[in-house]
Design a protein around this ligand. Structure first.
Ligand SMILES: [Mg+2]
Length: 312
């Protein structure tokens, strides 16, 4: 028997009629950063005021980013500079989740890093050693590589994050370590790409580097960032967050909103980043169950639009 699939409904526009019910549904707010709070180094509208007002209403706020290039200490500076109230323990990055994940398993070997100092600083904070981050350019000929690449026998994990110095020798080193089935394989996130302003250029994300290593290693990584549930379990274990009393705010359906849905959270999508109304309409008209999970409960053009609603 075939069942008729009903079209999904669009996220509900937050307005004065539903604001009370919305605000009463959560105690905790997890918010993405890029595309929601800021673009580059500029606050989006008055997003800082909106978040600070939610905090004034007694909501606990956590900032969840898939960006692994900065440590949480470096992020604290940025949040403060842009007018957001913040404590270090409220910032959750894939680098931080990776450090917690390894610590939970009493990992006592070394991590081979394709990535940045944002990753190494978090590992150092929990006392885990690593191979450091530095460019390793290819110096031919390729037939010499098997003689020049020596593997560190203390490595017990490979971690791949954003690395503008990604190279063939690094790929070869990572895949070779992963030939050992006991070597852990971690990805900070699997983001495909980012828009760059008004140009037609594509800015490749960490997911591209992860796929390279994954292909050569012939096995998948454990991902730390959104939409992986690991990111929520690290925060909820530490701060005792109830999923049904937690709101996830994001601008990207395939990471932020899917993350919220995977973890059983309420979801709010803002259209100030990578998602446009057209994408929501397309998702609402599909009968694909997987795509249904990408539709948030609520939407707003941008976080600034929350401010007048909070005083109703
Ligand atoms: Mg974003």
């Amino acid at each position: 028997m075939t069942t008729l699939k009903m079209p999904n409904s669009l996220p509900k526009r937050l307005d004065k009629n539903c604001i009370k019910q919305f605000l009463n549904s959560f105690d905790n707010v997890l918010t993405d950063c890029d595309g929601v709070l800021w673009v580059g180094d500029s606050v989006i509208g008055r997003a800082n005021e909106a978040i600070n007002q939610l905090r004034a209403l007694g909501k606990k706020v956590f900032y969840v980013t898939n960006n692994s290039s900065r440590s949480r200490d470096a992020y604290v500076e940025k949040f403060k500079r842009l007018g957001f109230i913040v404590k270090k323990e409220e910032i959750v990055s894939p680098s931080y989740v990776m450090a917690q994940y390894l610590k939970q398993q009493d990992f006592n070997k070394k991590v081979y890093i394709i990535g940045s100092s944002g990753m190494t600083e978090e590992l150092e904070e929990v006392g885990i050693s690593h191979t450091g981050v530095a460019p390793e350019p290819f110096k031919g000929p390729v037939t010499d590589l098997p003689n020049t690449i020596k593997l560190d026998p203390d490595v017990g994990a490979v971690a791949v994050g954003f690395d503008t110095h990604f190279s063939f020798p690094k790929l070869m080193r990572a895949a070779s370590h992963l030939n050992d089935p006991n070597c852990l394989f971690i990805a900070t996130n699997t983001d495909e790409r980012f828009p760059i302003g008004e140009t037609s250029l594509v800015f490749p994300g960490t997911g591209c580097l992860v796929r390279c290593v994954e292909t050569a290693a012939r096995r998948p990584p454990v991902a730390m960032g959104k939409p992986s549930e690991k990111m929520f379990s690290v925060i909820s274990d530490k701060h005792h967050l109830e999923p049904t009393r937690t709101l996830m705010i994001g601008d990207k359906c395939t990471t932020d909103i899917l993350f919220g849905k995977n973890c059983g959270l309420h979801t709010l999508v803002v259209l100030s980043g990578v998602t446009e109304m057209k994408e929501l309409e397309d998702l609402a008209s599909t009968t694909d169950d997987e795509k249904r999970k990408l539709l948030a409960d609520y939407y707003l053009p941008e976080l600034t639009d929350l401010i007048p609603l909070l005083s109703i």
